[in-house]
Write a protein that binds this ligand. Structure first.
Ligand SMILES: *[C@@H]1O[C@H](CO)[C@@H](O)[C@H](O)[C@H]1NC(C)=O
Ligand SMILES: *[C@@H]1O[C@H](CO)[C@@H](O)[C@H](O)[C@H]1NC(C)=O
Ligand SMILES: *[C@@H]1O[C@H](CO)[C@@H](O)[C@H](O)[C@H]1NC(C)=O
Ligand SMILES: *[C@@H]1O[C@H](CO)[C@@H](O)[C@H](O)[C@H]1NC(C)=O
Ligand SMILES: *[C@@H]1O[C@H](CO)[C@@H](O)[C@H](O)[C@H]1NC(C)=O
Ligand SMILES: *[C@@H]1O[C@H](CO)[C@@H](O)[C@H](O)[C@H]1NC(C)=O
Ligand SMILES: *[C@@H]1O[C@H](CO)[C@@H](O)[C@H](O)[C@H]1NC(C)=O
Length: 505
């Protein structure tokens, strides 16, 4: 697979070997991947138009397709991503309610038919093939907690309000929990046995504890992944699925990588889910990132990094994110571009499998669902925008560091410096470590120097991969690092030093 040379050259590290064979889609194989999360309806249109309007407020289909995506894979690969997540692919309910249509894919009706709005079976097969031809993985977003039905104002508790016969294969009430409302989303048993949704779009809740339902879902996932050569899954609303079923479901999903959405900032909750699924999106770190880069708090993030490491079975297989389709775009909370660079630096270089949501690279600023689901084509897919090039540098460095040291990605990040507005983190073993120094000051910040005394041996030389500037650690083991404009720094040994370290190993 090839990255556009332009971006590789931006990285001062010399002679990157970026060829990566497709192995298998186990968690181990996924751990070196970097995922770009798309929303199919909002990523690219078949006609390639970049002016076609998309009204995010009214929540209607805007016309993105699998075919359109095939035509824009260069854009994704150009940032150094080697996996793409797509919206749920199955047929959703058709029709419009006050808050829109099923453009997001989370309102399933027929698990054995594709969503015709996104294209044909051949289009999806071609997308899968096009990704694999580039050595990239295909991740499918997946809904197994519920089906969907437009009650459009009718109370879903009345037994006649849902026509179960429209669902495939769950065409009978016997597959579902009787209606009950989730009155407290922090009550997990209640959240697992009652219904999400509301009285406009009811989401009849599958009995995922029932062996018949389990067998049907297992059979389905195995088939659909095989049919379209899908390499891994995001599992939507995993919090609402019977936890006992999760390991069984992952096994049925060809034992591939599954990251299951548990929308909760509790470290204990998130880490305990790792006993059922190998991965969950890292919400505790997400909230700590907001503390750092919207409030300037430099203690929450380093502390949480340490707590997670000691609580989770394996932080390096969690998914690391700072935006997704359910949360406010960072730019809506904090518009400063350099704070966005710091945020992305941590997201891509800390522990875990990074997952970057489409549009983050264009600094989009939708403040909440549905406004955070902007049509990407309206940005004209600008490959020279500041965050696009920032991401490509970080992905290239992450890949390079993991090729220089095969254990790089499974070593854990730890904090090495905390200032009143800086946070330093190190990952990787001595001589080949990546050190990031993040600033919470923003672009208005002036130039100043910090003194780091942790992390390096005397006379060691490191290069900041953004400025290509070299720094030599002094005899006292102190690194005097120049900060400016609130820009992040990412330090890595220049090539000679890596070679020397390898020779000595
Ligand atoms: C975490 O998972 C990765 C990927 O499967 C593996 O290489 C590593 O050894 C695991 N680490 C621990 C501490 O189990
Ligand atoms: C989007 O749709 C909403 C609701 O239909 C409407 O009120 C609004 O004016 C539309 N916005 C644009 C920019 O067309
Ligand atoms: C829901 O009700 C509204 C208002 O009566 C109507 O316009 C719309 O078509 C209905 N949608 C469905 C899916 O029945
Ligand atoms: C997978 O493909 C087979 C053969 O075409 C088909 O019978 C089956 O319904 C498909 N399964 C799914 C889940 O799409
Ligand atoms: C930072 O957040 C922590 C909680 O994580 C809090 O205890 C501390 O007071 C905050 N520090 C500042 C300077 O606000
Ligand atoms: C792309 O982004 C760059 C950097 O922000 C800007 O200079 C350029 O005008 C943009 N190109 C287009 C076509 O908008
Ligand atoms: C930093 O050091 C490397 C390796 O010695 C060298 O190739 C590079 O040119 C240096 N960078 C600058 C800006 O001098």
């Amino acid at each position: 697979m090839s990255l556009p040379l332009r971006h590789v050259l931006r990285l001062c590290v010399i002679a990157l070997d970026l060829s990566t064979p497709v192995l298998a889609a186990s968690t181990g194989a996924w751990s070196s991947r970097s995922v770009y999360q798309t929303m199919t309806d909002r990523f690219a249109r078949t006609d390639g138009s970049t002016t076609h309007p998309c009204n995010t407020t009214d929540g209607l289909y805007c016309g993105g397709t699998w075919r359109g995506m095939i035509n824009h894979l260069d854009y994704i690969e150009g940032m150094g991503f080697d996996a793409v997540m797509i919206s749920p692919i199955v047929k959703n309910i058709e029709g419009r309610v006050s808050y829109g249509e099923a453009y997001h894919g989370y309102w399933p009706q027929d698990l054995y038919a594709l969503n015709p709005r996104f294209g044909t079976q051949q289009d999806l097969l071609d997308l899968s093939q096009a990704l694999h031809d580039r050595g990239m993985y295909l991740m499918m977003d997946t809904v197994i907690n519920n089906m969907a039905y437009f009650t459009n104002g009718t109370d879903p508790s009345s037994s006649s309000s849902i026509d179960y016969a429209i669902f495939n294969p769950f065409n009978d009430p016997k597959y579902f929990h009787p209606y009950c409302q989730i009155t407290d989303y922090n009550n997990y048993p209640l959240a697992q046995s009652c219904w999400t949704g509301d009285d406009i779009v009811a989401l009849p809740d599958l009995k995922t504890e029932d062996p018949t339902v389990q067998a049907m879902l297992s059979h389905w996932v195995q088939e659909i992944m095989t049919n379209y050569s899908i390499d891994g899954l995001r599992l939507d609303a995993a919090k609402h699925v019977t936890p006992d079923f999760l390991p069984q479901f992952q096994k049925a999903a060809l034992d591939s990588f599954v990251t299951g959405e548990v929308f909760d900032q509790s470290v204990d909750t998130i880490c305990s889910y790792q006993n059922d699924l190998t991965s969950v999106p890292n919400y505790p770190i997400y909230y700590a990132l907001l503390d750092a880069f919207t409030k300037g708090n430099t203690s929450t993030l380093p502390n949480r990094v340490e707590i997670m490491k000691h609580t989770c079975p394996n932080v390096t297989t969690l998914t690391s994110f700072s935006e997704n389709h359910d949360v406010a775009r960072f730019a809506s909370l904090e518009p400063d571009i350099n704070l966005a660079k710091n945020l992305l630096t941590f997201t891509l270089l800390s522990d875990g499998i990074p997952m970057i949501y489409q549009g983050q690279e264009q600094h989009l600023s939708g403040p909440y669902d549905p406004l955070n689901r902007e049509a990407l084509w309206l940005t004209t897919y600008n490959t020279t925008s500041p965050l696009y090039t920032h991401i490509s540098t970080l992905n290239a460095l992450r890949k390079h560091a993991s090729q220089v040291d095969p254990n790089y990605l499974s070593t854990q990040t730890y904090p090495i410096y905390t200032g009143s507005s800086e946070m330093g983190f190190r990952k990787g073993r001595e001589g080949r470590q990546v050190v990031m120094v993040l600033s919470t000051q923003g672009s208005a910040s002036g130039a100043y120097t910090i003194r780091m005394t942790n992390g390096y041996e005397p006379s060691f030389v490191v290069m900041d991969v953004f400025t290509c500037r070299n720094y030599t650690v002094n005899d006292m083991g102190e690194l005097r690092l120049d900060m400016d404009g609130g820009e992040p720094r990412v330090l890595y040994p220049p090539k000679q030093h890596i070679v020397a370290a390898l020779n000595n190993a």
